[in-house]
Each structure stands twice: as structure tokens, then as C-alpha cells.
Unconditional design. Structure first.
Length: 438
């Protein structure tokens, strides 16, 4: 009897040992879900695990009103069905969206969320430093936002750091893109290839936007961008695009001394709307906003304490506009300096120029002409209801220098400006002058 019990005990121990071996050879597959939906496994292991090397089909099925976005963790791809080889135990997450994609909860990086995003999606980014050079290409109708676009603490602590490794954000061939509530720093820009573009310099330290329409950037801080080798648009570069900037603060972007650094905001052949931005304490070779053959609407912005300091050929302590149609209304343009002409604004071209209800004060043209405004135009120019005060130039036009154009000046207050000739206004063309206080 004792012998039989002993043999039975041996058999039981062997069985337990074998079952343990079999159990340890089972690969576990853990499934988690973000959002609302389910995942179907085929075959279904009922939680017991799979033999090593087994092939499992997974299908993500979103609930009504939701869509499948992507697989995460050990799962890859954005198609609803994937095949998983159980060569080890795995954890796979299915991400379902109702139009909102969360970083880093759903996606580790902002770029991952951009790659997945479809028209109408909103990418919501939590506070943190994201060392990324974002690329938005061939996209329509996506929004990228911080968690609170009106809270300066949130904005200051939701940071896109370009790492001096290219532009913070590149947008190409896209439309209806909205970005709001971030701080953009350390963007060095990217090369722009093609006829007429030098590869010696970079373009768009903070933002490089080409061939895109209805791009809106709002409620953000853009600072310390640009390259020591020279950057066209240390903060923003726009070409063949339609862009709106609203309620941003653009400040202390980088300047490459003795190199070509045209514009903190550089726009060419684009439509540009600026509203309620503060552009301050920037340095450029020529023009803090440099626009060439554009359509511009600048409203209720502040341009202050900026400098164009390259040489006597540097122009536009705040604004350098060439060959463009421009409406400039309700802006405050103060304490800007140009090494050349146009301490506040330098305009040359054949477009129409309307300057309404601005305060243009205490600007300096170190070179020769136009402490507040320098205008040389073959188009229509109207200057109305502005306060032009305390500007200076060493030669002509302390307040306003008008070299050419069809000029209409009405209801301005022009006071306390200084120049060798024409302290208030210097005119070298025909004009209509009404109701001025000079």
C-alpha cells in the first residue's frame, strides 16, 4: 500500500511539473482600449494564452460615433485588422477616436498623432517639452492645440523645441490647418531648393510654410529661433501660402551678424493676415516683417523695440514691404530702428497701400530718410487718421518721407518729428493733403 501511494505521489508531481512547463510555454496577449470600441481575437484564447509561434488575427470595431485611429504598444499600423505572431507575450492597445487625439496619452509624440490625423481631427497636447521637428504635409482640416490656449502658464509649458535641427514646424501642400497655444523655440530653419533660392541660408526657423492655404497660428510664443548662418524668416517663412497669425507674441528671435537674415517674418507671394500680435525685441538685417509681392492685412498689432541693423541698405525697422497690396490699420509701431531708411515702415512698389488709424512713434531711421514712414510707390497710397509722433531721420522726412506715388494724406496728427529737411513730412511727388496737424 505504501509503495502504491509513493508511486501515485511521483505521478502527481510529474503531472504538475509537465503542466507547469506547458503553462510557461503559453504566450499571453493583453488587449487594452482607449476610447470606445472592442477588439475581436481570432482564435480567441479565452485568456489562457497561445502556443509560442501562433498567429492571431485582431480586428478593431469602433462603437457608433467613433472611429478606429491606430494600434499602440506592441501593435503597429492604422488598419482595423492586423496579424500578430505570438513569439512572446504581448500587450496591444487599440485607439478609438471621436475626433480628438491626445498626446502623450494616445500617442507618444505629436508627429505620430499628425501622421494618423484625418480631416476634422483635433490633436490635444498636454504640457511638456516635445523635442520634435513637426511635418504637416498633404493634410486637410486638422487642429493642433494645447490644453488651454488662453492660459499663459500652459502656453509657456507646452513647448515645441526644434533642437536647432530644422524648423519647429513645416507645413507643405496643406489647407485648413490650425495650431494654437504653444511655445516654439530653437528652430534653425530648413533649406529651400529651387531656382532663385540660396542653399547657403535656411528658411523659417519657427515655421516653414509653403504651398498651403488657410493656415492659422494663434495664442503662441515664438522665440529664440533662427540660424547663426543666416535665416530668411527666423520665426516664420511663408511662400505661395495663405496664413493668419492671431494673438501671438513673437520676440527675441535670432540674428546672424554679417550674414543675410531677412525678416523675422518673411513672406513671398502669399496672403498674410496679422491681428493682435505683439512683435518685439527682434533683430533682422532688413525688415522685421519682410513681405515681397504679397497681399497683407495688418490690424491691431504691436511692433516695438525691433531693429534692422545690417547696414545702410537695411530698411524697415518694423516693416519692409515690397511690391505688395497692404492694409495697415490700428497698429502701434513704436521704438523701432532701421540702419537705413524707414524706421517704422519702408514701402517700395506698385501696389495699393492704406495706412489707417495707427500710432507710429519714436522710430528712428539711422541712414537717411523716413524716421516713421518711407514710401516710394507707383500705386495708390492713402495715409489717414494716424498719430505720427517723435520719429527722426538724419536727412529727410522725420515723420514721413514720400519719394513717389499717388498719395492722399488726411486727418493725421504729425508732431515732434525731426529731420534735417522736412521734420514732419518730406514730399517729392504730388499729393492731396487735408486736415493735417503738423
Amino acid at each position: 500500500m505504501k509503495k502504491n501511494l509513493f508511486l501515485l505521489l511521483i505521478v502527481l508531481l510529474i503531472g504538475i511539473s509537465l503542466s507547469g512547463c506547458l503553462f510557461t510555454n503559453r504566450m499571453l496577449l493583453g488587449i487594452s482600449v482607449n476610447g470606445q470600441g472592442t477588439v475581436v481575437k481570432s482564435p480567441d484564447d479565452q485568456g489562457k494564452g497561445y502556443r509560442k509561434g501562433s498567429i492571431v488575427q485582431l480586428e478593431a470595431i469602433p462603437d457608433e460615433g467613433w472611429r478606429f485611429v491606430s494600434w499602440g504598444l506592441d501593435g503597429q499600423g492604422a488598419t482595423e485588422r492586423i496579424t500578430v505572431k505570438m513569439d512572446k507575450s504581448k500587450s496591444i492597445k487599440a485607439i478609438f477616436g471621436d475626433g480628438q487625439l491626445f498626446v502623450p496619452n494616445d500617442f507618444a509624440t505629436i508627429q505620430e498623432a499628425i501622421n494618423i490625423a484625418e480631416e476634422g481631427d483635433v490633436i490635444v497636447v498636454s504640457q511638456g517639452v516635445y523635442s520634435e521637428n513637426l511635418s504637416i504635409k498633404d493634410k486637410t482640416g486638422i487642429t493642433i492645440t494645447s490644453t488651454d490656449t488662453k492660459n499663459i502658464d500652459v502656453i509657456s509649458n507646452t513647448i515645441i523645441d526644434g533642437g536647432n535641427n530644422g524648423s519647429c514646424v513645416t507645413i507643405e501642400n496643406s489647407r485648413d490647418i490650425s495650431i494654437k497655444g504653444f511655445t516654439f523655440v530653437n528652430g534653425s530653419g530648413k533649406e529651400k531648393s529651387g531656382p532663385g533660392w540660396s542653399t547657403e541660408y535656411t528658411f523659417g526657423g519657427g515655421f516653414y510654410i509653403v504651398g498651403s492655404e488657410n493656415v492659422r497660428i494663434a495664442d503662441s510664443l515664438v522665440t529664440r529661433n533662427g540660424s547663426g548662418n543666416g535665416t530668411y524668416g527666423s520665426a516664420f517663412f511663408f511662400a505661395d501660402s495663405g496664413v493668419t497669425l492671431v494673438e501671438n507674441t513673437i520676440f527675441e528671435n535670432l540674428y546672424a551678424e554679417y550674414r543675410s537674415s531677412l525678416g523675422v517674418i518673411y513672406a513671398i507671394e502669399s496672403t498674410l493676415n496679422l491681428e493682435r500680435n505683439t512683435v518685439r525685441n527682434n533683430i533682422s538685417n532688413s525688415g522685421i516683417l519682410y513681405a515681397h509681392e504679397c497681399t497683407l492685412h495688418l490690424k491691431d498689432n504691436i511692433f516695438k523695440d525691433n531693429e534692422s541693423k545690417g547696414s545702410f541698405y537695411s530698411r524697415g525697422g518694423a516693416l519692409e514691404i515690397q511690391g505688395s497690396d497692404a492694409i495697415i490699420e490700428g497698429n502701434t509701431i513704436i521704438n523701432n530702428i532701421s540702419m537705413g531708411d524707414g524706421g517704422g515702415l519702408h514701402y517700395v512698389g506698385s501696389g495699393s497701400l492704406y495706412i489707417y488709424n495707427n500710432t507710429i512713434s519714436n522710430n528712428l531711421a539711422r541712414g537717411y530718410h523716413g524716421g516713421g514712414l518711407y514710401i516710394s510707390s507707383s500705386g495708390k497710397v492713402e495715409i489717414s487718421s494716424n498719430t505720427i509722433d517723435g520719429n527722426s531721420a538724419p536727412d529727410t522726412g522725420g515723420g514721413v518721407h514720400i519719394e513717389s506715388g499717388r498719395i492722399y494724406i488726411n486727418d493725421n496728427t504729425i508732431t515732434n518729428n525731426k529731420a534735417y529737411t522736412g521734420g514732419g513730412i518730406y514730399i517729392n511727388t504730388k499729393l492731396t493733403l487735408e486736415e493735417e496737424f503738423i
